[in-house]
Design a protein. Structure first.
Length: 297
C-alpha cells in the first residue's frame, strides 16, 4: 500500500472531531477532545472543502448527521441540495438537533431549506448569503417551522422580496435578533412596517444596497431601540437619520459607506456620540474624517 503524502490530505475540523479526506475516498476519524473528555461531537466545519464527493458526505452523515448542532458547508459552490441531505443523514426518522446552519455561497435551492426547516425546527442561526437560487419560499419555510430563529443572513440573495421578510417577521419576529439582507434589491419600504411592528428586539441589521428609501429608513430607525450594529451602505442616509442614530444608546458600530447625502455636520455628530465605537465610512472622500479614531475610511 502506497503511503499518502501530506499534500494529498485535505483537513476539515469539527469542534471535537477531525475528519481527514484523501483523493482515494478514505475517511479517517480522530478524536481531538479539545473540550470535556465526555463531550459529544456537535459541530462540523466543511467550509471551503471543495474536494469532497457525495460518498464522503454520505459517510459523514452516517457518522455524525444525527448529532450535529452546528454545520458549516459554506463557500463551496459545487454543493447542491443532495450533498447537504447526505451530510445531515436526511431523510431521517427523527428530528435533527441542528441549531446553526451555514450554507452561504452554495448552489442549494428552496427545497433544501424547506427540508432542513422541517427536520430541524430548533434552528436558531441560518446563514445562506449569496445563494442565488433562493427565493421567498425559503423564508416562508423558516417562518413556518423555525419559530425560535434568532439570526438570518441572506445578503446577496437577489430573489428575496418584501413578501418573504413579511412572513418571517410575522412568525419569528419576537425571537429575531439579527437580520442581514444586504444587496437584496427587491426589498423595499413595504417590508419596513413588518420589521418595525413584529421585530422589536432586533440588535444587528444589514439593509445595505436594498431599495429602502429615506422615508422607510426613518420609520425603521424610529422603532428599533436595541440596535448595536447597523449597516446601511449605499442608502439615502441624511442628517435626520444621523439625529436618530446618535440617540441609540447601544449602537456601537455602524457602516454608512457611500451614503452621499452625509455632511460634515453629520460627521461631527457621530464623533460626539460616545456610544459609537466604530464608523465605517468609505467612499466619502469629500468629508474631513481626520481627528477621530472611531472612523474607518
Amino acid at each position: 500500500m502506497t503511503k499518502r503524502s501530506r499534500s494529498e490530505e485535505h483537513a476539515c475540523f469539527a469542534s471535537l472531531y477531525q475528519i481527514k479526506y484523501d483523493p482515494l475516498g478514505l475517511i479517517q476519524r480522530k478524536s481531538i477532545l479539545k473540550h470535556k473528555p465526555d463531550a459529544h461531537r456537535s459541530a462540523l466545519d466543511l467550509s471551503h472543502s471543495c474536494s469532497f464527493s457525495r460518498d464522503d458526505f454520505i459517510a459523514i452523515g452516517l457518522e455524525m448527521g444525527s448529532t450535529l448542532l452546528n454545520l458549516d458547508m459554506s463557500h463551496n459552490y459545487n454543493i447542491t441540495d443532495n450533498d447537504v441531505y447526505a451530510a445531515l443523514g436526511l431523510p431521517s426518522c427523527l428530528p435533527l438537533p441542528l441549531r446553526s446552519l451555514n450554507l452561504s455561497f452554495t448552489r442549494i435551492t428552496d427545497s433544501c431549506i424547506e427540508s432542513i426547516a422541517m427536520y430541524a425546527p430548533g434552528l436558531k442561526v441560518v446563514k445562506i448569503n449569496g445563494c442565488e437560487n433562493l427565493t421567498d419560499a425559503s423564508l416562508s419555510a423558516l417562518a413556518r417551522y423555525c419559530k425560535d430563529l434568532t439570526t438570518i443572513k441572506m445578503s446577496e440573495c437577489t430573489l428575496v422580496s418584501d413578501r418573504g421578510i413579511q412572513l418571517l417577521a410575522q412568525e419569528c419576529g419576537a425571537s429575531l435578533r439579527s437580520i442581514h439582507f444586504g444587496k437584496c434589491v427587491q426589498v423595499t419600504d413595504k417590508a419596513v412596517p413588518y420589521l418595525a411592528q413584529f421585530c422589536p428586539s432586533l440588535m444587528k441589521v444589514d439593509l445595505s444596497y436594498t431599495s429602502i428609501s429615506a422615508t422607510g429608513l426613518k420609520q425603521l430607525l424610529s422603532s428599533l431601540f436595541l440596535l448595536t450594529r447597523l449597516r446601511v451602505e449605499g442608502l439615502a442616509l441624511g442628517s435626520f437619520h444621523i439625529e436618530q442614530i446618535v440617540t441609540k444608546p447601544f449602537l456601537a458600530k455602524i457602516n454608512v459607506s457611500f451614503c452621499h447625502l452625509l455632511t460634515q455636520g453629520d460627521v461631527e455628530k457621530m464623533v460626539q456620540a460616545k456610544q459609537l465605537q466604530e464608523v465605517l465610512i468609505f467612499g466619502l472622500n469629500e468629508l474631513n474624517l481626520e481627528g477621530s479614531r472611531k472612523f474607518v475610511f
